[in-house]
Design a binder for this molecule. Structure first.
Ligand SMILES: Cc1ncc(COP(=O)(O)O)c(C=O)c1O
Length: 427
């Protein structure tokens, strides 16, 4: 995909909605346009007619606004949406229609992107250690770009997909204060880079560039500069070793929407200008997941149980640590919720101005680990009321389980296109 395609996305909200409604994988009949301040009303209407099951609201306008934002702030860096972050079909379809490319980690992820009609050259198989059968699948469908950080992986790729081009994944020296550092598992160490490039050369596999990931939920943007500088060093090493000149730099993920992104974009642009100036004609790519998915999804859960212990209110909800809120364990996330007392306080469902209690919120499974929140201030709610969790799109449903028979996969997603375009309800 070319940068000019990014710029071809219509700015007019009506045109954008039309583009998304007609995207393969999105059904126009199931997309609800929401007028200003209408998201909460829509959420309430679903809650009132649903059989008290948890549900997500996904705001297409939120993801479209983020896509614009990316294009403006990092205009030379092509996004490859990291499917692992949230493989929900609607977000994949929206990203495809907006012109994004895709980072897939497995055969199943590649299949779900190809099923939307995305051409295989818009996919990077960005898992440095892949099962052989998945590499064979990539070869069969024409996904011809992948990452590696070990000699063993080179061997597998040579056997299973000798036409693949490679990016060497390097370990950044700094994990960017990331919530989820990745450097203890992935990335070639500085002393491993030359032997790996030599090994790829012997295997007759072209190493076309460098990739890195400073860690997911990074907080210190300086890590991008250090990693971009290190990548430039790898380009030079390749030339010294007599490999064909590299022409791809993949700066990975680690971006979070909001003020952090502005700061990261300034840092990245300035490092790119210094180490990979435009005249080098390098293809610049990134693998953002959290940036696009997090704020576009809101989760509503129903209160299914209550216990009163003095001033403490304990609530059980029908999603938890083994479901969407696995992000607390695996993504080291902090979740927040707002009350929606549709059963006990219909006149003032958001409970503004009412008395608050110290509250604990438990998930539905019979495991004490399944505790979503402690020390939360919540009103005196009743079974049948709702809690609403904004910004629940990143590493939530993607890694939820079926533990105790509570199926994360069964949680329904309602797709909207909001006039506000910030994707969040009750924020
Ligand atoms: C290889 C790779 N690319 C991209 C991502 C997405 O990262 P983020 O959600 O921080 O943008 C991850 C996350 O683990 C990853 O492992």
């Amino acid at each position: 995909m070319a940068v000019d395609q990014l710029l071809a996305i219509p700015a007019n909200p009506k045109k954008k909605l039309h583009l998304l409604q007609n995207a393969p994988g999105l059904n126009p009949k199931t997309i609800t346009p929401i007028s200003q301040h209408g998201l909460l009303h829509f959420l309430q209407s679903i809650a009132l007619k649903s059989p008290n099951e948890p549900f997500y609201i996904f705001d297409l306008a939120g993801v479209a606004a983020l896509f614009d934002h990316w294009s403006q702030s990092l205009p030379t860096v092509r996004p490859f949406y990291a499917v692992k972050c949230n493989p929900n079909q609607a977000i994949l379809a929206a990203m495809a229609a907006l012109g994004s490319n895709f980072d897939c980690a497995s055969r199943a992820e590649i299949q779900s992107v190809l099923a939307l009609g995305v051409s295989p050259d818009r996919i990077i198989f960005a898992n440095p250690c892949k099962p052989e059968s998945h590499i064979e699948f990539a070869a069969a469908v024409g996904v011809n770009l992948t990452t590696f950080d070990s000699v063993n992986e080179i061997e597998k790729i040579r056997r299973c997909h000798p036409k693949s081009a490679l990016l060497i994944r390097i370990k950044p020296s700094d994990d960017g204060g990331a919530r989820c550092p990745l450097g203890n598992k992935y990335g070639a160490l500085p002393e491993e880079i030359s032997p790996l490039l030599e090994a790829a050369k012997s295997a007759e596999l072209p190493v076309v560039g460098v990739s890195f990931h400073i860690g997911s939920g990074a907080t210190e943007t300086g890590a991008y500069s250090a990693a971009i500088a290190a990548a430039r060093g790898v380009f030079e090493t390749a030339v010294r070793l007599g490999l064909p000149p590299m022409n791809v730099l993949n700066i990975g993920g680690g971006f979070t929407a909001g003020p952090q992104f502005e700061e990261a974009a300034v840092t990245v642009n300035s490092a790119l200008k210094e180490y990979f100036p435009a005249e080098l004609n390098i293809t610049l790519m990134a693998e953002p997941g959290r940036f696009f998915a997090e704020s576009a999804f809101t989760l509503a859960v129903n209160i299914i149980g209550k216990r009163v212990r003095g001033d403490l209110r304990e609530y059980w909800i029908n999603d938890g640590i083994y479901g969407s809120m696995n992000c607390i364990l695996y993504d080291h996330a902090t979740v927040a919720c707002r009350p929606l007392a549709l059963k006990s306080n219909r006149k003032n469902p958001t409970c503004g101005g009412g008395r608050m209690y110290d509250a604990t919120v438990f998930g539905p499974t019979c495991d004490a680990l399944d505790t979503v929140l402690t020390g939360q201030q919540l009103p005196d709610l009743e079974v049948g009321d709702w809690l609403v969790f904004p910004k629940m799109g990143a590493y939530t449903a993607a890694a939820g389980s079926n533990f105790n028979g509570f199926s994360t996969a069964a949680i329904e997603t309602y797709v909207v296109y909001s006039e506000e375009g910030n994707g969040t309800v009750l924020d």
